[in-house]
Ligand binder design. Structure first.
Ligand code: COI
Length: 357
């Protein structure tokens, strides 16, 4: 890492797009802030990173990431709090997961302090893009991809680490309808399910599209071998409340993404004395609980979606309606707490929030 300075050089964007943003009609992930961070890896070392005007990246047609999928990413958010400060939420967890994803995909380790500094300096520069509009944030997308110009198959020798950002509102406009998937799989034991690898998302599109054609927003992924254990939902971790106990699939196998929001929910619930079970969760027990009325809540937890209540679970030919949203005490309390801690309305006793500027 020698030669990487802490203050990254900046080439300013002289044609800001900020004034053109329609904050009342903001599609998720289509509008981008004025700058991006770019850093290259070659000859076994990361080079000097820099902040540039947001724009296209030149690409060789043989660039190995587009042929063989050595590509990973992260999702994080910056918020503007009540004191007009821009803050990040537990960014160190994203930095750590990024290094874990890189290791699994045979990509170079990016030191976590470089990841964090790059995110902070980019967000500080584009701070005007972080609105205080309730429910809105600046979605930050760090990613790394292989750049060797070579169609032979081997780990690339060169990489690019880039960070872009995009102002966003709610990811789901309504409570989600999910379908339990019993044929297609997101991840198998020994695969790359734990990594935030681009290919995991590409592979999910076909089964997800089929579910969408049947009126669902997303799938509930089950284990690849027996399809009897619940793993994740769409791009989110999944959590249930049965008999006032918070239940979520354990991450013992390498098939489940280690979500920052899910970890936060579990830590929060533990601090409130809520009983927690992090263990294998069967499809059967969830369907039984949904039918006999003991399933009080089900929700997805993710950076983009935050806490996304599940309204309907599709299972085989059935569509099982879950309890009304007004009755969902636990997820509502968690969602409110997270919002208040990010907005500075309550004290950050867990030390989760980091000030950017
Ligand atoms: C995130 O929550 O950051 C995600 O990874 C979802 C993304 C695919 C939109």
């Amino acid at each position: 890492m020698s030669g990487v300075s802490v203050q990254f050089p900046v080439t300013h964007n002289t044609k800001s797009n900020l004034a053109n943003v329609d904050w009342d009609n903001l599609p998720f992930g289509k509008i981008f802030a004025d700058h991006m961070f770019v850093m290259e890896y070659a000859n076994g070392a990361w080079k000097q990173g820099e902040i540039l005007p947001f724009g296209p990246i030149a690409m060789h047609p043989a660039m190995s990431a587009i042929h063989y999928g050595q590509s990973i990413f992260e999702g994080m958010k910056a918020y503007r709090n009540q004191s007009d400060e821009v803050v990040l939420f537990r960014p160190e967890l994203n930095a750590r997961r990024f290094t874990e994803s890189a290791a699994r995909m045979c990509m170079p380790e990016l030191p976590e302090e470089i990841f964090l500094e790059a995110v902070k300096q980019l967000v500080a520069l584009d701070a005007a893009w972080v609105t205080n509009k309730p429910g809105y944030a600046l979605y930050i997308r760090p990613f790394m991809f292989a750049t060797d110009e070579f169609v032979g198959i081997k780990p690339s020798d060169t990489y690019k680490f880039v960070i872009i950002s995009s102002p966003v509102g709610a990811y789901y406009a309504e409570p989600v309808r999910v379908k339990i998937e019993e044929h297609y799989t997101r991840a198998a034991v020994g695969g790359v399910g734990r990594a935030k690898a681009a290919g995991n998302y590409g592979a999910s599109l076909f089964p997800a599209k089929q579910a969408q054609q049947q009126g669902f927003h997303q799938l509930v992924w089950t284990d690849a071998k027996t399809h009897t254990f619940i793993e994740e939902s769409g791009t989110m971790n999944i959590m249930f409340v049965i008999n006032n106990t918070l239940i979520t699939p354990s991450e013992d196998s390498d098939t489940i993404l280690r979500g920052t929001t899910k970890r936060t929910v579990l830590e929060l619930a533990a601090s409130w004395g809520i009983p927690i079970e992090e263990r294998p969760v069967t499809v059967e027990e969830i369907i039984t609980a949904a039918k006999n009325g003991t399933l009080q809540e089900a929700f997805g937890a993710g950076t983009a979606a935050t806490i996304a209540p599940i309204a309907i679970i599709g299972y085989r030919d059935e569509k099982i309606e879950l309890p009304a949203l007004e009755t969902r005490e636990m997820s509502l309390k968690i969602k409110t707490f997270l919002h208040e801690v990010k907005s500075g309305a309550i004290e950050d006793t867990h030390h989760w929030v980091q000030k950017v500027c």
